[in-house]
Design a protein around this ligand. Structure first.
Ligand SMILES: [Fe+2]
Length: 429
């Protein structure tokens, strides 16, 4: 085999490897630089540059972009304006390369060479090979003469065309990947904007619900936050945690359909009023169902937040396994907030009483693993293991007493699951 042929085959193999590297989104600029070295090395050319042409020739944006350079003046940063007539001439398939010495007066390239021939000559550029991919001018490769001083033969030009085309495919692929990435980022931004709008809307709804219920200001927001704490303690993923917080915010939305007089009754309501009030979970489901929520099961969590494990809840009288875990979380969060806030006809319970209530109703009303997660989260805060004081913020300064309350929680946790619960919360029984 001729030594030149051997070298050629080697160079093409190396270029093929580079093509793969580009597909793996390796270092693009490094890929172009290495490709230029390979190309120059193959025909022993001393200097050259790879120039990228703009994707669209816009009036204000028709400048080329330098991707790689070798052997030219130290500060030389070639940058050209490509006119439409230049582009058409460079795309002409009958013309494979442009020699500065003889081709500059060819029709179509008068503007380009009129502007740049002096600059190109002074840099020792002898040949320009257009880089054409899918019928578009992706770039130009500028080349100096061969080290041997011999002119470029037709075979040389053919080899150069093939190698330049190969580099062009790499650049084209890179552009496509960059475009896909940009679109994906735009979509992600749009999606985040939509979610933010959704969350703001949910907050506005929660505020509307709470305004209607004069005695339980901030109830919906607190239920959202307690639900979030429990779900996080249960190891739910970030998206599910966000979803349960939303469900908490919206759980009482059905109260918008209940008479204000009943919601705000400053006395214990009678059976008829109670059945009117108890319509709110089903009404909430009806309000929320037509909406496309970015989280799963929001309407169901509103519908089932007054269901109980023993089947004595409403509106559907479901039992244990029929109730989704999310609804069980919202249910506990809702009850805990009801117990720890003042109501028109009763003041809030002490923490002792709350723990007593939880103990009595776990298994019949509340799901044990949900109660355990709640206790663990609260215990962690009392033990100073959490940075944020979320419970403290919601319950007020003087409600909890770590010294007195932490043992109560540990005791309850041990009853719920003597093997693991208290240990998981970092306490001792
Ligand atoms: Fe409710």
């Amino acid at each position: 085999m001729e030594p030149n042929t051997h070298k050629l085959i080697h160079s093409f193999g190396a270029l093929a490897d580079l093509g793969q590297e580009v597909a793996d989104t390796g270092d693009f600029m490094e890929m172009v630089r290495t490709s230029l070295h390979l190309l120059l090395g193959t025909l022993a050319i001393r200097r050259g540059a790879v120039i990228e042409c703009p994707v669209h020739l816009l009036p204000g944006d028709k400048s080329t972009n330098l991707l790689a350079v070798w052997g030219l003046g130290e500060d030389y940063q070639p940058r050209f304006d490509i006119e439409e007539s230049d582009r058409e001439a460079f795309l002409n398939p009958a013309k494979d390369a442009w020699r500065i010495s003889s081709d500059i007066n060819q029709p179509g390239v008068e503007i380009f060479f009129g502007l740049y021939q002096t600059e190109l000559r002074s840099q020792g550029i002898e040949l320009i090979v257009p880089m054409v991919v899918r019928g578009d001018l992706t770039g130009l490769v500028l080349l100096g003469g061969k080290a041997s001083g011999e002119p470029f033969s037709p075979d040389d030009i053919e080899v150069l065309r093939a190698m330049v085309r190969h580099i062009g495919v790499g650049i084209h692929t890179h552009r496509l990947l960059a475009e896909v990435k940009q679109r994906a980022e735009e979509n992600e931004r749009l999606y985040q904007d939509l979610r933010a709008i959704y969350r703001d809307t949910v907050r506005a709804f929660a505020a509307a619900i709470d305004v209607k219920d004069t005695y339980t200001q901030g109830h919906s927001e607190r239920v959202g936050k307690y639900s979030e704490i429990i779900a996080r303690e249960l190891g739910w993923g970030e998206n599910e945690v966000e979803g349960i917080a939303i469900a908490g915010y919206l759980h009482d939305i059905g109260k918008l359909a209940v008479e204000r007089r009943i919601i705000n009754a400053p006395y214990k309501i009678d059976a008829k009023e109670s059945s009117e009030l108890n319509r709110h979970p089903a009404a909430g489901f009806d309000i929320l169902s037509p909406i496309h929520h970015p989280y799963a099961d929001i309407p169901l969590m509103a519908r089932y937040h007054h269901e109980r494990l023993d089947g004595r809840g409403y509106p559907d009288g479901l039992t244990d396994t029929q109730i989704p875990l999310g609804a069980k979380i919202v249910s506990l969060a809702d009850s805990f907030d009801a117990m720890t806030t003042d109501r028109p006809y009763k003041t809030r319970r002490t923490f002792d009483e709350v723990v007593h209530d939880l103990r009595r109703n776990t298994g019949s009303q509340f799901e044990p693993q949900v109660v355990a997660a709640f206790c663990r989260a609260l215990l962690k805060e009392l033990n100073g293991e959490t940075k944020e004081r979320k419970f403290l913020k919601m319950l007020g300064k003087n409600y909890l007493d770590a010294e007195k309350d932490a043992p109560l929680l540990r005791e309850l946790l041990n009853e719920l699951d003597p093997n693991t619960q208290a240990a998981a919360a970092g306490g001792t029984a």
